[in-house]
Design a binder for this molecule. Sequence first.
Ligand code: ATP
Ligand code: MG
Length: 183
Amino acid sequence: MELITSGMRDYVRSPNMVKERFSIATAIGQAVAYIVAGTRNCPAVVVEDIDPSLEVIGPAPMFEQVIVNLLSNAVVALSKHPIANPKIVIQAQERPGGRIVIHVGDNGPGVPATFAEKIFEPFFTTNKLGVGTGLGLFMSNNWIKEVFGGALTLTPTAPDGGAMFEIVLPKATSDAPTVLVHR
Ligand SMILES: Nc1ncnc2c1ncn2[C@@H]1O[C@H](COP(=O)(O)OP(=O)(O)OP(=O)(O)O)[C@@H](O)[C@H]1O
Ligand SMILES: [Mg+2]
């Protein structure tokens, strides 16, 4: 586990990691486009109106990868649980205290209470051997915490009865420079 964590730190410090101020609406749009284009029989992905002025600071590709991970988990969960109207809903709002809260929810089977603590552990997966590595949520959680200074959690209840993940990020102030680190 320590090995993975230090490997991840190297990746985070890799020369291509540019910290920038970016719009989460744009980044989420790109992640959704990637999943929709690459998924056969993709469920409906609904992105509720996101204020384009909601910006955060960090490497945008890393944030997009986190959203891709959450979306692909939801796609897998929905594929195991055939229902009439499979859907994934993404919302983002500003909260008091300079925070942005993003929700990615689905109407799949949800995460059983016994697994709720385990899903962020490395190599925890309920997918067949060779399908999932069980690293998606572990890495996403670490990136959101270590790189963006935020938090990624599973919410205790999802309105559609499936699983809902919450990301809380510090909102970039409008006077923050556009590119902060370019190594
Ligand atoms: N939206 C969801 N609905 C139900 N279960 C979920 C959902 N998202 C994650 N899980 C559970 O959490 C586990 C861990 O997810 P994680 O993304 O870390 O690994 P994985 O998807 O199995 O493999 P990979 O490394 O390819 O991402 C999943 O195997 C699944 O059991
Ligand atoms: Mg995954």
